[in-house]
Design a protein around this ligand. Sequence first.
Ligand code: B16
Ligand code: MG
Length: 222
Amino acid sequence: MIMRFNFEAVIFDLDGVLTDTAHYHFLAWKRLAESLDIAFDETANEDLKGIDRMGSLDLILGSTAHRYTHEQKCALAEEKNRYYQYLIATMSPNDLLPGALSALHLVKASKLKIGLASVSKNASTVLERLQITTMFDDIVDAATISKSKPDPEIFLTAASHLGIAPDRCLGVEDSIAGIRSIKSAGMTALGIGKSSILTEADKVITGLNLFSLHHLHSFESK
Ligand code: B16
Ligand code: MG
């Protein structure tokens, strides 16, 4: 029997979907915010998910952003990144989120293409530490992306590299910005997290441990 799927590719986000680096990003930004006397908590962090480094810094600085020169902002972003890199240095395959590896294997065994759409410039390091680099048919280089999520650029780039039409791609994301990026790329969006937060996703599951073949072929797009 030949299985027919609605999708020909699954494009995964990294942070917060395959591994909990979203938490490390939060810790690193919180440390920087506190050093600047700026209040920062998990709720404020939600708006930063999927947003690139300088965009995230601007959101944290908010109305105080004009007090800093471009050079000072670069130094602050670099300081956050140094601490983030210190936090991810000890990552290992044990840091894959529950169900992440099985989900990748399931997609591969179903003969669908697998892409990675992370705006993180540290993505390749994280993939190496998780030992999953070879699972991907394409990994978009964040340095080549000019517009951060919610712009569709990164998901459209992944689809184009994979040679699959956007409407045959399933995007998997944990952030509001990421879901918007997937939807504006014309793809179907599977949210990972809370449906009360990821309201624009076509479907939401709490984690990849609940990912199944069902998600590859029966999906009502919003
Ligand atoms: P970096 P994703 C995003 O990755 C994170 O969600 C976001 O919090 C982070 O600011 C951004 O990467 C940039 O990361 O500072 O390592 O370049 O969700 O697209 O995988
Ligand atoms: Mg993410």
